[in-house]
Design a protein. Structure first.
Length: 296
């Protein structure tokens, strides 16, 4: 009787749990479906509120307007460059900072760690950062999008913890007995064994770089250097839609309808590249976040 009652309570728990997860899934999934559906609907259907779940009066006008804009392709090219170069540099400096801090034989390790943590709570502020970038000669250059955001202390802490909990000390001692230097040990042993955490940190940096627009807003003046997010911001927030983009929309109502349609098309355009990449790194993402968190 006890086992039967226990089985019933388990089934009841699973039913309630699955129902609650289903509700949360719908809450999260519906806005995404609505955005995609609205982006493939006509402007009149979006304005009149006819779009609910599926596209109404299928149309690609929003995407045509986005990709006809003179700055979209330039912004996309710049963002790809900033994301690739920025992520590469960020992962490199994060590894070079995290590995020494994970070594117990590194003199001054605690002091340097405290300095890193201190910067997570306090910083110089926007004006000193701007003056520093200006004095370094990076103002209105591509370096302004890469160097100021090159290192995240949070990612350093994550990678440092991974190195300390997942790489046994005996491995280092064995390599040193064979005459392996610290740099060779890092390149040939540490990095090959740290694929999951490198994938996680790479994803973090890539997402940050892809969505970066504030640094561009502050440090960049030339439109030819604007990233995609800043171009989309100009179109979406400031309604800077050129006559070339508007095409045949001659009336104010048509322009307003196209602007409403652009909102959803821009969201899809800016999100699809990262959504396409995520499935390929998802398994490393989960493994890298969980490994080292529990020690048996």
């Amino acid at each position: 009787m006890d086992s039967l009652a226990h089985d019933k309570s388990d089934r009841l728990f699973h039913m309630v749990n699955n129902a609650a997860l289903g509700v949360f899934l719908l809450i999260v999934l519906y806005p995404l479906l609505y955005v995609v559906s609205a982006s493939f609907s006509s402007a009149s259907a979006v304005i009149s509120g006819k779009v609910w779940l599926w596209p109404v009066e299928f149309s690609l006008d929003g995407y045509e307007a986005v990709f006809r804009h003179r700055m979209v392709w330039t912004g996309l090219q710049n963002t790809l460059l900033y994301t690739f170069a920025g992520t590469l540099i960020s992962v490199l400096v994060t590894v070079l900072a995290a590995y020494p801090l994970s070594r117990n034989d590194f003199k001054g390790r605690r002091g340097f760690t405290l300095l890193f943590v201190f910067t997570m709570m306090f910083n110089g502020g926007l004006i000193p950062t701007y003056l520093l970038v200006k004095e370094l000669g990076m103002l209105d250059t591509a370096w302004a999008m890469v160097v100021p955001a090159a290192l995240s202390v949070w990612n350093v802490m994550i990678m440092m913890t991974y190195f300390r909990t997942s790489l046994p000390l005996e491995l280092l001692e064995s390599a040193q007995m064979d005459g392996c230097s610290d740099f060779t040990f890092l390149l040939r042993i540490v990095l090959p064994l740290s694929g999951p955490i490198i994938a996680v940190v790479t994803l973090f940096y890539a997402v940050d770089q892809w969505n970066q627009y504030f640094n561009a807003l502050i440090f960049l003046k030339s439109e030819k250097l604007f990233p995609l997010q800043l171009v989309l911001r100009d179109i979406l927030v400031q309604n800077q839609v050129s006559q070339e983009t508007l095409g045949d929309a001659k009336t104010a109502a048509a322009r307003q309808g196209l602007r409403e349609l652009l909102k959803y098309s821009l969201i899809v355009v800016s999100s699809v590249p990262l959504l396409a990449i995520y499935p390929f790194v998802q398994k490393y993402f989960v493994k890298g976040m969980m490994i080292g968190s529990i020690k048996g």
